[in-house]
Design a binder for this molecule. Structure first.
Ligand code: S3P
Length: 421
């Protein structure tokens, strides 16, 4: 059965996190429409409220008021970031510059993720940051910070964001962060939208101290990382033709569309607005069997979260697809590199790892195992669900209750597009 029709994916998760965390450093009030309803963003919103922030959900969206850094001192804050690495890392940068004592913790999956990368520059700026052998829980004593000029070792938008957010609270002088490869630009764009003085020169980003100014309304675009699940499958399943409405089109997020085009899929984009982020409708239609492609290391940040579903598409493409230098996948919600290899392997796909490169040779007709295991990783769970739907199988997937972490309406959208779903 083909995938046919139109759908609006949930609000973009990366932007939604920023819209509910940045007000800690802001004043004024704004209305956010289209915010993601996923569990990760709910973690950010809960933390914002626990710190004393005011936000009220209404029929028109979320009204949120700037907290102006007015966090009550002398109180010990224990903040639960749930499963969300973005919450923990961005929040670290925000709280490092606000006097007070904070403990940031999360669920067992988040407790396995590396936090030293964020702790190190924040310590250099003058905050006290403790980790448990480099992992959560994180103890932060916020302080008056000094600006730094920091060269990141690995490409991470969360780390870039944490340093820039801390820089907003530095005593005086600009804070600069240089990344080794371009990552998503939402922090820089949103800080600038909210009145901060930010300048980017290629991979170098500089922020000056200040307070964000909230006002008016902010429509959150739909999430390309959610849309990708269905758009990639439309490129694989004969006669499919689907449109994701109102989707974020930031180049740092749409590497998967460029990969699909190289693989031979037909991708059409109708742009509807360009500020504060580019937005439009994206249609993917089946054009025949896909061909393999090579994803270069420099392109990986622009499709990092889409690798599981692109890997599934690659199992159906002619030839060997290679994703170069994808070692960051080892430290996502699970070791995604291993999960992709084992779970697509269990379906009979030819998947192997050489060094830090992921190789997939197709096309493959799936054999259906007795069960599959997402390891409680939402992106794996959605990928495996679609693999089974396309194969017409009803095999159980362990840990698929993780899907609402990023896409609560996934099954609703699946049955909307997959008429027999
Ligand atoms: C995100 C950045 C990426 C991405 C994550 C969201 C963000 O992580 O994988 O899902 O919102 O900044 P890294 O910064 O670890 O690359």
């Amino acid at each position: 059965m083909p995938l046919i029709g139109q759908f609006t994916p949930p609000g973009d998760k990366s932007i939604s996190h920023r819209l509910v965390l940045f007000p800690i450093l802001g004043e004024g009030e704004m209305l956010v429409t289209g915010l993601s309803d996923c569990e990760d963003v709910a973690s950010s919103l809960k933390v914002f409220r626990e710190l004393g922030g005011w936000a009220e959900e209404g029929l028109d969206g979320l009204r949120i008021r700037g907290l102006s850094r007015a966090i009550q001192e002398g109180k010990d804050y224990e903040l639960d970031c749930g499963n969300s690495g973005t919450t923990m890392r961005l929040l670290s940068g925000i709280l490092a510059g606000i006097p007070g004592d904070y403990v940031l913790d999360g669920d067992p999956q988040l407790r396995r993720r590396p936090m030293e990368r964020v702790a190190e520059p924040l310590r250099q700026m003058g905050a006290k940051v403790g980790t448990l052998a480099g992992k959560p829980p994180l103890g932060i004593s916020g302080a008056i910070l000094s600006p730094i000029d920091y060269a990141m070792k690995g490409a991470s938008a969360q780390l870039k964001g944490a340093v820039l957010l801390a820089g907003l609270s530095a005593k005086d002088g600009p804070t600069t962060v240089t990344e080794p490869a371009m990552t998503r630009t939402h922090t820089e764009r949103l800080l600038s939208h909210f009145g901060a003085h930010v300048a980017s020169d290629g991979l170098r980003h500089t922020v000056y101290p200040g307070t964000l100014q909230l006002g008016g309304s902010f429509p959150c675009p739909a999430d390309p990382s959610g849309a990708a699940f269905f758009l990639c499958m439309a490129a694989v399943i004969p006669n499919s033709d689907i449109t994701a409405k109102n989707m974020l089109l930031a180049p740092g997020r749409t590497g998967f569309l460029r990969a699909l085009e190289r693989m031979g899929a037909k991708v059409s984009v109708t742009m509807s607005s360009d500020t504060p982020e580019p937005i439009g409708d994206v249609t993917v239609s089946y054009q025949g069997r896909l061909r393999a492609t090579e994803v270069l290391a420099s392109d990986v940040p622009s499709l990092i979260d889409e690798i599981p579903i692109l890997a599934l598409a690659a199992t159906q493409a002619e030839g060997t697809t290679v994703f170069r230098k994808v070692d960051e996948l080892r430290i996502k919600e699970t070791d995604r590199l291993m999960s992709i290899r084992h779970q697509l392997g269990a379906l009979g796909a030819r998947v192997w790892i050489e060094g830090d490169d992921l190789h997939i040779n197709g096309p493959t007709s799936f054999i259906i195992p007795a069960s599959l295991d997402s390891g409680g990783d939402h992106r794996l769970a959605m990928t495996l669900t679609l693999a089974l739907v396309a194969a017409g199988a009803k095999t159980p997937i362990l840990g698929d209750d993780s899907i609402p972490i990023s896409y609560p309406g996934f099954h609703r959208d699946l049955s909307l597009l997959w008429k027999e779903g």
